[in-house]
Design a protein around this ligand. Structure first.
Ligand code: NAD
Length: 428
């Protein structure tokens, strides 16, 4: 891993190394455009064709119903069932606590304003299933959707080789009370949820990670169909800030956990001494040997880098510019750093809090902003499935109090009808 010294880097160099490689592959864009167009015009028949072409399965029906889901879920082994139950419970507890009701506010006597939350009625959840099926993503998206009260939750996941889904997803569906899983993957799943087909209902907002076809399709349908998406997505990343109190083996394991996601993942180490850096790099070399995905991890590590900082505060300056999806503070002195964090998706404090805990089971959501979007975006939460609607009610006294102000402002803007809407009421 290349080592930079923070104090030797210019502002421009810092910004350059913080830039992620956002892929702009025009061949993928063209392919996705064609897929989306075909689903829009041909509906289910295009989905059946794509299942054959990309997933190598012949489907007779595009979804699994309640009974099939129950029968597939029955095969889940006890240990995995218990682990899903624990993760489900923690994620549900954490997200349920995010429900807040706001007070009615009297901004001036007789003028009352307030906000109420309403669930987005129809949402679509994409659960990746190409190289691996991800029940954790199902929980992270399904739990807040159910808690928010979304009336229709459409779930799409690629069909597996047997033309079904696996027992983990089926068990998650049962726990969430979701009675149908659409066996549709890739860009065609996103298109189906955005336009609707004979089988797949159209939704108002699409959530979920996925490969380049999925993320490209989400961007495309957002502008073409006014379907909202959860957030722009790029390769996953972690930044670990470590000092002499960090455990080098733990830090190495966290960096490698990120690196095994994909060759384009970034695992950035910011450390306060060369000694700390050397010990961590040694541990990476040792631990990577035993990883089944060591080839992927090695490429990701080679694309990552280390920053030597004078102290933790300087390290935080770098981290805020990088704006990592995941930030791990591998130091016993994490507490004073918390107020210094401005840009990060999710933060893991101290030596015993690995990112993996948040990826699966501690309770926080793992669908987070990547590629520097943490400067302006939050991760998925209960709020992502809600809209806030404002209400107001004005009494006779309120109209008298606010009337003149509105008349003057409307007149100043040259909007006579706006002014009249007040004047006509004040007169009567
Ligand atoms: P996927 O479900 O995203 O994609 C599989 C689908 O891609 C297939 O069903 C097929 O329809 C389509 N596809 C495959 N080859 C194609 C081709 N040549 N042309 C058009 N479409 C094609 O599953 P995946 O491929 O395993 O990718 C999962 C991705 O999700 C990974 O990149 C992973 O890093 C990402 N992920 C991210 C997070 C996060 O929170 N950031 C979490 C989980 C997964």
């Amino acid at each position: 891993m290349k080592i930079y010294s923070y104090k030797d880097l210019s502002k421009q160099e810092i910004e350059e190394i913080c830039l992620r490689q956002l892929e702009d592959d025009s061949s993928i864009q063209d392919r996705v455009k064609n897929i989306v167009e075909r689903v829009k015009t041909e509906g289910d028949s295009a989905l059946l064709d794509y299942a054959q072409q990309f997933d190598q399965v012949t489907l007779t029906q595009l979804y699994l119903g309640k009974e099939e889901i129950e029968s597939i879920a029955a095969d889940i082994p006890a240990a995995e069932k218990e682990a899903i139950d624990t993760a489900y419970s923690n994620i549900r507890t954490f997200h349920a606590a995010q429900a807040v009701s706001e007070s009615r506010i009297e901004t001036m006597p007789g003028v009352n304003c307030w906000r109420e939350s309403r669930a987005i009625e129809r949402v679509g959840l994409y659960i990746p299933g190409g190289t691996a099926v991800l029940p954790s993503t199902f929980l992270m998206l399904g739990i807040p959707a159910v808690l928010a009260g979304c009336k229709e939750i459409v779930v799409c996941s690629p069909p597996q080789k047997d033309g079904k889904t696996n027992c983990y997803l089926a068990y998650c569906a049962l726990k969430l009370g979701i009675e149908r899983i659409y066996l549709v993957g890739g860009a065609q799943a996103v298109a189906a949820m955005a336009y609707g087909t004979e089988s797949v209902p159209k939704v108002y907002k699409i959530f979920g990670p996925g490969n380049r076809y999925v993320t490209q399709a989400k961007q495309l349908i957002q502008s073409a169909t006014m379907t909202a998406i959860d957030m722009p997505a790029g390769p996953s990343e972690v930044l670990v800030l470590a000092d002499e109190t960090a455990n080098p083996a733990y830090v190495a394991s966290d960096l490698l956990a990120q690196a095994e996601h994909g060759t384009d993942s970034q695992a950035i180490l910011v450390a306060t001494s060369l000694n700390v850096i050397e010990n961590i790099l040694k541990q990476i070399e040792l631990q990577i040997q035993d990883l089944p995905r060591k080839d992927i991890a090695a490429k990701a590590i080679a694309n990552s880098y280390v920053v030597l900082a004078d102290n933790l505060e300087q390290g935080m300056l770098f981290s805020n510019t990088y704006a990592p999806e995941h930030l791990i503070l591998s130091t016993t002195g994490f507490e004073p750093l918390i107020p210094l964090i401005y840009n990060a998706g999710s933060v893991f404090l101290g030596n015993l809090t690995p990112e993996s805990a948040g990826d699966y089971a501690s309770g926080t959501n793992h669908t987070l902003p990547t590629s520097g979007f943490a400067k302006a975006y939050s991760g998925v939460s209960l709020d992502s499935f809600l809209k806030k609607i404002t209400f107001q009610h004005i009494t006779e006294q309120g109209l008298t109090n606010i009337g003149r102000t509105v008349e003057v402002l409307a007149e100043a803007e040259g909007l006579q009808a706006h002014k009249n809407a007040i004047t006509i009421r004040l007169k009567s």
